[in-house]
Design a protein around this ligand. Structure first.
Ligand code: ZN
Length: 170
């Protein structure tokens, strides 16, 4: 039996129920609730941790809201592991024929959302962006995911050099 990967499972759920998912990171209406719930609940299920033990409030389950640093680390490491386990075919499916990093516009995207969730939750731990990136590159063994991240980073740097003030978000 093929082992399941909850990142991939969530992606299929997103494809099926797109109207329930909002991946626009600046959305103040829904706070990207569905995708964040999926990531959190599927992570603790795999870690065999009960929701009541996490001290989290329902509907506020973003990775950077996890106050328990051990729990947050466990979930970040698990998501990184799941990303590492994706094969090229699966990643290409997520990216579609028009990968977001090749577009001029800032498009919401499933894989980008997950990478940004990791990035933002780690942001509070590192004093410098370079250290954060070093951590991600060290813990990501999947070359294709690393490639996507490099593309995002390049876009971030180019945007920063060419535009008016932007936020910390890519
Ligand atoms: Zn929304």
């Amino acid at each position: 039996m093929k082992k399941t990967n909850f990142i991939l499972d969530t992606f299929f759920d997103y494809k099926k129920n797109k109207q329930q998912y909002c991946l626009w990171r600046w959305c103040s209406t829904c706070g990207n609730m569905r995708i964040r719930n999926e990531l959190f609940i599927r992570s603790i299920t795999e870690l065999e941790i009960k929701f009541e033990e996490t001290g989290m409030k329902k509907n506020s389950l973003s990775l950077f809201n996890i106050r328990d640093i051990n729990l947050q680390t466990q979930i970040i490491e698990l998501i990184l592991k799941k990303l590492n386990e994706l094969n090229n075919e699966e990643i290409e499916l997520m990216l579609s024929s028009r990968p977001f990093y090749n577009l001029d516009i800032n498009k919401d995207d499933f894989l980008k959302f997950i990478i940004m969730e990791l990035y933002e939750s780690l942001y509070q731990r590192f004093s410098r962006r370079e250290e954060l990136l070093k951590y991600l590159y060290k813990n990501l063994t999947n070359e294709k995911i690393k490639y996507v991240m490099t593309k995002m980073n390049t876009k971030f740097i180019n945007d920063q050099n060419s535009q008016q003030p932007i936020t910390n978000n890519v």
